[in-house]
Design a protein around this ligand. Structure first.
Ligand code: HAM
Length: 421
């Protein structure tokens, strides 16, 4: 049946799982808007250079994972692998260039050609925010605090936050030199990927997942100490603010994050339900040149992987409240009865009352089976004799008890039942 499966790394999301998705989006919107974030919906594809310039052409995402294709005019387009670059492209049309702060939140699909695994998809979804236009340690701390508030609100309060600083571009040279001198002495014992990283992007060695490289990384020099005093002070202030906010965190000098735009604060969140290797969210402060801009524009933000949030919630047994089921199922034993039921159902639904009904000609037994399946506590039945008398039979599905009431009273009767639920 392969032809009927969605492509690898993608999924169809049915109810009741879809309800869990809505819950994440609803809670996120509620919390983020409390902090002043408004929604921004950007296209799912952009000109390829938006990501090449934004994320850095040396990053793994840009080099190996982007879904890129040409439009009819031959321009290269890419399905967005993340949200930040597109948000910044969109904000270049606002006054963010003049240090007017913009706070935006987003929710939507992202695309990366990764090897699918549990919690790793080719089409995945992020819920995220970007606070763009200004740069201060307390802004970073507020952003992390908001992520914490969101995770608590969705039942993932036991999260673990790792933070680190990437300094600014001027800090990188001396730090790279320190790292280069150290790793040069250990290259023979390191994995092939790390040997390539040594040439192309030495920072990526720090987050290599190979145990043998991990041991070498553990002995690497304290490169943050070589950062400028300003950068170190910036990081101290972020940490002091996190302490004041009572947010537990650990400083992880191995945390460098995979995208090139980061400066100063970076952070990543894991949860014991998924283990320390699986980030449920990540983010940090960044700087990006916007089209036509002379100076880079600063921002800070994060994105959480919705699939991973849901996996963690599932592991903990956290579920969205079930919606109200139908108050009644309308059973019609002849064409006229079904027509009357259709009109009644429409009236009830217009009044906000969920009901189910049979619209096709089917046996009484089949309709009652359907009524049972719908979970409705009542069946409202009309046949020839009820139509003649202008009545309906209300059948209690739990104990089978039946009462006959006037058809003119049935709307009121079900309306009251709904209110008392
Ligand atoms: P990222 O760390 O690449 O950062 O992705 C953020 C989160 O998206 C990850 O922590 C993970 O939960 C989820 N994620 C990433 N790839 C996959 C995948 N293949 N399958 C399932 N989930 C995945 C960013 O994307 C940055 N734009 C975050 C940011 C916003 N930084 C500043 N502002």
């Amino acid at each position: 049946m392969a032809a009927f499966s969605p492509p690898p790394g993608t999924a169809d999301i049915f109810e009741p799982e879809a309800r869990e998705w809505r819950e994440i989006e609803r809670i996120g919107s509620e919390i983020f808007s409390r902090y002043g974030y408004g929604e921004l919906r950007t296209p799912v594809f952009e000109y390829t250079e938006v990501f090449q310039k934004g994320l850095g052409s040396e990053t793994e995402v840009v080099q190996k994972e982007m879904y890129t294709f040409s439009d009819r005019g031959g321009r290269s387009l890419t399905l967005r692998p993340e949200g930040t670059a597109g948000v910044m492209r969109a904000l270049s049309n606002t006054d963010v260039m003049n240090q007017v702060e913009q706070r935006v939140r987003y929710f939507g699909p992202m695309f990366r050609g990764e090897r699918p695994a549990a919690g790793r998809r080719r089409q995945f979804h992020q819920i995220g925010v970007e606070n763009v236009g200004r740069c201060a340690p307390l802004i970073d701390a507020e952003c992390i605090a908001m992520l914490g508030a969101f995770l608590r609100a969705i039942g993932l309060g036991d999260f673990v936050i790792a933070v680190n600083t990437r300094g600014v571009s001027g800090d990188r040279g001396p730090a790279e030199e320190l790292l280069r001198n150290y790793f040069a002495r250990h290259l023979d014992a390191m994995c092939d990927d790390c040997r390539t990283r040594f040439e192309r992007n030495i920072w990526r060695i720090l987050d290599c997942k190979q145990p043998s490289c991990g041991e070498i990384v553990a002995g690497a020099p304290d490169y943050v100490a070589s950062f400028s005093e300003d950068s170190r002070r910036y990081f101290d202030e972020v940490r002091r603010a996190l302490d004041a906010l009572k947010i537990p965190y650990k400083v992880d000098p191995r945390l460098v994050r995979g995208l090139d735009y980061y400066v100063h604060t970076v952070f990543e969140v894991t949860h014991p339900a998924l283990g320390p290797q699986t980030a449920i969210a990540g983010g940090g402060r960044y700087e990006l040149f916007l089209p036509g801009g002379k100076r880079p524009v600063p921002g800070v933000g994060f994105a959480a992987g919705v699939e991973r949030l849901l996996l963690a919630r599932e592991a903990l047994g956290v579920k969205a409240p079930a919606p109200a089921g139908p108050v009644a199922y309308l059973v019609g034993l002849n064409a006229q009865a079904r027509l009357a039921n259709l009109a009644l159902a429409d009236e009830l639904r217009a009044a906000g009352i969920p009901v189910g009904l049979e619209l096709e000609e089917r046996s009484f037994k089949a309709q009652l089976r359907e009524a049972n399946r719908s979970g409705a506590p009542l069946a409202v039945v009309r046949g020839d004799s009820e139509m003649e008398k202008n009545t309906v039979i209300v059948k209690n599905m739990a104990d089978g008890e039946q009462t006959e009431i006037s058809a003119d009273a049935v709307f009121e009767f079900l309306h009251k039942r709904d209110l008392s639920k």
